[in-house]
Design a protein around this ligand. Sequence first.
Ligand SMILES: Cc1cc2nc3c(=O)[nH]c(=O)nc-3n(C[C@H](O)[C@H](O)[C@H](O)COP(=O)(O)O)c2cc1C
Length: 189
Amino acid sequence: MAKAEVPLNIAHRLLAGNPLVLLSVSLGELVDITTVPWCSPLSLTPPQVGVSVFTYHFAHDLLTRVEEFAINVVPRDWLRQARFCATVSGREVDKFKQTGFTMEEAKEVAAPLVAEGIGHLECGVVGQHSLGDHTLFVAQVLAASAEKDLFDTAWQVKERDLRPVMHLGKDYFAVWEDRFEALPAEPPS
Ligand SMILES: Cc1cc2nc3c(=O)[nH]c(=O)nc-3n(C[C@H](O)[C@H](O)[C@H](O)COP(=O)(O)O)c2cc1C
């Protein structure tokens, strides 16, 4: 499989359906991966996304200091490892080592990409908003890539195990059905 660049004006479509994503961040030797389904496109021009991170998380510590990160869209067959990343803290555990995830160099940020991801957004923080127990990090998308065979101008994933996963709450997850193209919209008769 090979990855290709995705134009920034449609990079937000990598997040369609709000898939479960892994946020990766690094500061020198310190590296963390955190599971965050609370991630959303926010603006087309400039391309911006928002990610909401609990203030106590190690990832939160690092993010406030380096102000850049990567978002990695996780396919269904890596859900077990992604859930593991959500049960331990990077303060105590090397999550790359424990999960078998592979680090891949990003183009625009120091944070490593999770190579097993099927899509990636590289992001620079442009704003931080304190919202109760979470901080909303607003970030500009600096680069984006996705598996060529799985994303043309939107997700098109035939294999069920390679589809992104949506977190429904608690321990419930879902994958979407096949993609279809809607007919031109008509006024209701
Ligand atoms: C399914 C699931 C979804 C989660 N979603 C989020 C989220 O959107 N934002 C967040 O800050 N933490 C979320 N968490 C919690 C973190 O992933 C978890 O506490 C993680 O271990 C923090 O790791 P860190 O200390 O290395 O940053 C979620 C946990 C699970 C199990």
